[in-house]
Write a protein that binds this ligand. Sequence first.
Ligand code: URA
Length: 429
Amino acid sequence: MAEKFDVVDLIRTKRDKGSLTTAEINWLIDAYTRGYVGDEQMAAFAMAVTLNGMTRDEVRDLTLAMIASGERMDFSSLGKPTVDKHSTGGVGDKITLPLMPLVASFGVAVPQLSGRGLGHTGGTLDKLESIPGWRASLTNDEIFAQLSSVGGVICAAGSGLAPADKKLYALRDITGTVEAIPLIASSIMSKKIAEGTDSLVLDVKFGSGAFMQDIALSRELAQTMVDLGNDAGVRTTALLTNMHVPLGLAIGNANEVRESVEVLAGGGPADVVELTLALASEMLRLAGQPDADVAAALKDGRAMDTWRRVIEAQGGDPDGALPTPRETMTVTAPSSGVLLRQDALSFGIAAWRLGAGRARAADPVVHAAGIDLLAKPGDTVVEGQPLFTLSGDDPARFERALESLEGAWSIGPASDYFGEAPLVAERIS
Ligand code: URA
């Protein structure tokens, strides 16, 4: 069968700052998925988009074409609203763990299809796999049954969801074309729309530990994704949130599960609680419960009950012992004063080097590896006081982790501390 278009013409159009039609984009994504368009051609196309951008219509067409490359899930027969959250990822970002059961405890279904970490940002599935017996892979029937019985699920997105994105994302990763708003937005939203949720809240981060350092770019990314979601019939809003310092005190896998359970028990670090409550309120607002008292559900154990049921439903033991590290090293304050900074990216890289993250998709993670922060910016510290503890199984990794922490934090007089910017900077709808 003759092909409808010539891929070189389409690449030239984008190279010369032109726009593609719906039919051209549909053909390109289909031809790439079936292997007619080669990786080298798609890489040239992705670079042209990275340099020259796309119109709003093109981004919508690209998203819809990637959705059409695979299956679409349908939860409409569940008989309850569905709502999901997606975070663009950050250091110490374990919010999905307390958030999913908290929102599900209000009777809405939360299909949290999640990913694994790559590079310095952690992955929700890696964290949960610290729990003995817990299983990330579920069939579509199991997902449906668990949403119906327990109300929440956190599991791996199946390979049938937006396969064109899977192929294109792997290509972007090795061709310097990840950081393009049209490509990021269509990649994230094709998977979220194909997942079949009624509503979606996006946590779009900015700051050193985030994908986008700059709030203006995060705002543009958030608005692009919110428009894509709403145009596709998914009620979508976004919170722009600060990722200059790590979230909470734990960075890693098992230690982040421990911290999440503290939050579900009514305690935990103030910033983790604040963001969990802000996202839960936003999700429940979209799901038709604007007055839900989310703080009460966290305090009175309702969210914890749902957490235990979700973990058990996926084969995990909520009371099982989490892995502990073979080696630890604690860094102490060299002088007295106020902790002025704690750079999220540097701490994320250090935890990754300790083994909490992976460099290649096939690498395993060390569940007990990571960093526990013992002080946060603004805290008064005295000389010799422990500041943070590195954990891992391999002492050889500690030196490289410490290297990435050089210059990442500092202690000074209280007059040099200007406070932290608000955690939730803006809401985009
Ligand atoms: N996450 C995705 O799923 N896709 C991107 O392009 C970036 C982050």
